[in-house]
Design a protein. Structure first.
Length: 172
C-alpha cells in the first residue's frame, strides 16, 4: 500500500492569537425551501416564518428566514477555523439579530479572537473567546454573538491514525 497524506484540521489552542481577525472562507445562500423546511422541522409556531400573507401584513416582503437557521448557518461557516479541535463549546452570549434575513440572501461570517487562557485544571486544553459576525451580501450585519471554546493543545493532541473521514476498513 502506498503512502497517504494525513491531513490535520483545525487550530489548536496555541494557534489562536488575541486580536486576530478571521474571514471564514465561504458564503451560503439560503433558499425559501430551506427556510420553510427548517421552520417546519423545528416546529416553529410563529406564522411569521411560514405564512407569507401574515409576514406581508407585518411589512415584510416575504417570510423571513428563522433566526435559529441564520445562527446555525453562520456558526457552521466558522467550524473549520475555530472549533475543529474543540473539546466543548462553553456557551454563547450577547447574541443579536440586528437585521432580518430573507430567502436568497447570502450569508458570510468573520470572527475576532478576543482572548484566550490556559485551563486552570488540565494542561491539555485552553479556553478561546471569540466574537462572530454574520453579514449578508450587502455587508449588513445580520447576527453577532460571542462564545468560548475549550480547545485542545497541540502537545496533547492524539496522533492521527487515519485520514479524517476515512472508513475504518481503510486502515489496512
Amino acid at each position: 500500500m502506498g503512502s497517504r497524506k494525513i491531513i490535520q484540521y483545525g487550530r489548536f489552542y496555541e494557534d489562536f492569537e488575541p486580536g486576530a481577525h478571521l474571514d471564514h472562507h465561504w458564503g451560503r445562500t439560503l433558499t425559501q425551501a430551506e427556510a420553510q423546511l427548517f421552520a417546519t422541522w423545528t416546529m416553529n409556531a410563529s406564522p411569521l416564518y411560514f405564512n407569507e400573507v401574515y409576514a406581508r401584513s407585518l411589512g415584510h416582503p416575504t417570510t423571513p428566514v428563522p433566526p435559529l437557521l441564520v445562527m446555525n448557518t453562520v456558526f457552521g461557516m466558522t467550524v473549520e477555523d475555530l472549533s475543529e479541535q474543540a473539546i466543548a463549546h462553553l456557551g454563547y452570549w450577547q447574541m443579536r439579530f440586528p437585521r432580518m434575513v430573507y430567502p436568497q440572501d447570502t450569508l458570510f461570517a468573520s470572527s475576532d479572537i478576543l482572548g484566550k487562557r490556559p485551563s486552570g485544571s488540565k494542561p491539555d486544553r485552553g479556553i478561546v473567546h471569540v466574537r462572530t459576525v454574520g453579514t449578508n451580501q450587502r455587508g449588513e450585519e445580520v447576527i453577532t454573538y460571542e462564545r468560548k471554546i475549550l480547545v485542545r493543545t497541540r502537545a496533547y493532541a492524539p496522533p492521527l491514525s487515519k485520514t479524517p473521514g476515512s472508513h475504518p476498513s481503510a486502515l489496512g
